[in-house]
Design a protein around this ligand. Sequence first.
Ligand SMILES: N[C@@H](CCC(=O)N[C@@H](CS)C(=O)NCC(=O)O)C(=O)O
Length: 238
Amino acid sequence: MSSTKEEAPAVRVLGLWASPFVIRVLIALRLKGVEHEVLEEVVGKKSELLLRSNPVHKKIPVLLHHGKPISESLIIVQYIDEVWSSNAPAILPADPYVRAVERFWAQYIDDKFPRGIRILKGTVDGNKDEIVEQLSTALQLLEEAFLKLSNGKHYFGGDNIGYLDIALGSHVGWVRAVEKIAGVQLLDAAKVPHLVAWADRFCAHPAVVDVLPSADRFVEYSVKYGSFFPTRPSLPTE
Ligand SMILES: N[C@@H](CCC(=O)N[C@@H](CS)C(=O)NCC(=O)O)C(=O)O
C-alpha cells in the first residue's frame, strides 16, 4: 500500500483563530465545502512555514494548495471561488460592474476597519473619538451600499453570502469586541438597522458560526495578547 495517509492535505491554511483575515478564508472554504486543515500559528512567534510561504509580508492567512502558497485574504477568497467554482453558489458576483463595486467596498473596509479596531483596542496610538466618528461614517455608507446591493435580500450577495459579506462580516467580531473594550457603540441599531440585522444573520450562518468567535472571546484575546504577533518578554521568542 502506498502511504497516501502520510501526505499533507491538499488544502491547508496557516492562521490564527482570532484573525479576521483568516476567518475570511475559513468561511469561503466552508461555503464551498472544501476539506482543509488549519495550522495554527503560535501567538508571538511566526512559524518557519509562514515565513517561507509569505516571505514578502510574513502575515497570515496563507492558503497552501497542493503546497503552493497564496497570500492576502481577499485574493485567497477569490482563488477559492475560482478553483471550486462548481461546488456552491459563486462568492463573487457574475456581473463585472457589481464585482467592481464589491471590490471597491472591500478595499474601503480594509482601509478603515483594521486600523480603527487596533486604535480602539489600544494596540496602536490614535485619537479614539476621531476613529469612532470615522467608523460610524463608514458603517453608515456601508448601510447604504447594503440597501443597494442586497436588493431587499438577506446578504450583500443577495440570497447567499458573497464576497462583500465575507469582507465585512469577518470584522464584525472585533467590532463588537472593541465596542466593549473602548465603551463605544458602532453597530448601532438606531443608526444602521439593516447592517445590524445583516450582522446577526451573517454570524448565525452555518458557514460562519463555528469560525467567527463571540465578542467575548476576542476581548479575552485582546486582554491576554494585545496584537497578533506582539513582541513581549512573556511570549515565546526565537
Ligand atoms: N491584508 C492582509 C492582512 C493580514 C494581516 O494583517 N494579518 C495579521 C494577523 S490579523 C498578521 O499576520 N500580522 C502579522 C504582522 O503584522 O507581522 C490580508 O488581508 O490577508
